[in-house]
Design a protein around this ligand. Sequence first.
Ligand code: NAD
Length: 343
Amino acid sequence: MEMLITGGAGFIGSNFVRYWAARRPEDRLVVLDALTYAGDRRSIAELEREGRVVFVHGDICDQPLVESTLDRFGIETIVHFAAESHNSLAILDPARFFRTNVLGTQALCEAARRGGVARFHHISTCEVYGDLALDSDESFSEESPYRPRTPYNASKAGADHVVRSYIETFGLRATITNCCNNYGPYQFPEKVIALFSTRALEGQTLPLYASTKNRREWLHVEDHCRAIELVLSDGVVGETYNVGSGQEASIDQIADGILEAAGRPESLKTIVPDRPGHDRRYLLDSTKIRTELGWEPVVDFESGLKATVKWYRDNRSWWEPLIGRSPVVESSWASGPPPAQQS
Ligand code: NAD
């Protein structure tokens, strides 16, 4: 099979490329990635050197480039990870999120339709459903209404609607997964687990948002890759599947776990103001993928978190050059609305 993976130089995309290459050596993998600050070709460099992956440097919004790439490699399947993915950056520069996540997804769907691509899979997030009260006993199913609250999750909701419109109107053979928060190796050190791990290893303070009881549902990235593989092989075209672990942890618990794994004192925890629109909690009901496709996560959060801190300890040469490349400083939400930025 010839597969195009957009955003394959990012966190989940590069893990998926490694996962797929290890299991399906006969498939040709083509990565299309714009290499924004969050993308790093080193994450898939070994596979490129071995000739297992072909890299195309480009923007998903560039429809002629996408069309020629589909044609050049005879692409049959697209797995679409490329996105602007950091909620904090979306507050500083919302326009780039709507451009890449909504218009880029539309350009990709259009190119896939014109190119007669046999299968399209869109990677989305739990955040499209909005947030839950901390004491709520609800969880979001595939039928829950979309109630995004931030520019990032609104742009992902828009992308989901684009994909659905291409399924319904043009018969694009697509599926969607809405996944909870991921963690694991090769995550850019701006997202909380990677940020706290790298800072703890450096003996630096961990910036905890003031709402330290806010929590997320955490899934190891390899469990996410397994879910995508199952949806590609056994999922029903036109369907959406929620992918959640059921394992929740507050920001406070994450900081404690990382400090313990890194052998650093609790005194490194520092409270910073919440970013605007900080969602309190997300929790998915993932009964559908579990019962219909037989998926279940295999990595428990406690051991996955320890293994992740160890990975950052053992792979300093990967993340050290990335420090300072993030456009956002998490301690900077102190007073008033942030300054506008140009896209
Ligand atoms: P990431 O920011 O680590 O990687 C995104 C990749 O997309 C980068 O390599 C970047 O260079 C590339 N990219 C950005 N704009 C592009 C463009 N215009 N054209 C081509 N490439 C472009 O993100 P991630 O955490 O790996 O997330 C991947 C996908 O999974 C995203 O769609 C995200 O919304 C979704 N998701 C992420 C999580 C999570 O916890 N990280 C959870 C659920 C869903």
